[in-house]
Design a protein around this ligand. Structure first.
Ligand SMILES: [Zn+2]
Ligand SMILES: [Zn+2]
Length: 146
């Protein structure tokens, strides 16, 4: 019996190579994992940018920025930031959970756009907030890919 050919992922290989980012909505990125699973996350979450009440924070570079989108975009496109992103790749073992290890104590969950203490990571991944966000991220990626 013929199995309908799955669409070849347009993107494959290292998750963190920016050339492999698919185009979704302007503010979203679709990541294609090694197993061809696709996950849609916001551009900010992918870039490690957290928005607080009055500033943007870059998790990878450890800096605060004015709440100014142009400033943020400039930062994202800076060589220093791109270099840092490569320093914190998504950990392959966590697959679609999109976990980056920041140091021995902290991880960054791209799906939820939050920093998680390493000892609580398993708990976080199994938790309702994360599983709900992950489900949405997978469904959205499929919708965009249609
Ligand atoms: Zn940065
Ligand atoms: Zn999470």
């Amino acid at each position: 019996m013929a199995i309908p050919a799955l669409r070849q992922p347009k993107l494959s290989g290292n998750l963190d190579d920016s050339s492999k980012i698919g185009v979704g909505e302007a503010q979203n990125v679709i990541l294609t994992l090694k197993d061809s699973k696709k996950v849609l996350v916001t551009s900010d979450a992918y870039q490690g940018i957290m928005k607080t009440k009055d500033m943007f924070k870059c998790i990878f570079c450890g800096i605060d920025m004015e709440l100014d989108t142009n400033y943020k975009d400039n930062h994202i496109n800076s060589a220093a930031h791109k270099h840092r992103m490569r320093t914190y790749p998504h950990v392959e073992d966590y697959g679609e959970n999109l976990i980056r290890k920041l140091n021995s104590k902290l991880c960054f969950c791209t799906i939820c756009n939050i920093v998680v203490l390493y000892p609580f990571l398993k708990h976080h991944i199994a938790g309702l907030v994360h599983t709900t966000e992950l489900k949405k991220a997978l469904i959205r990626a499929t919708a965009y890919d249609a």
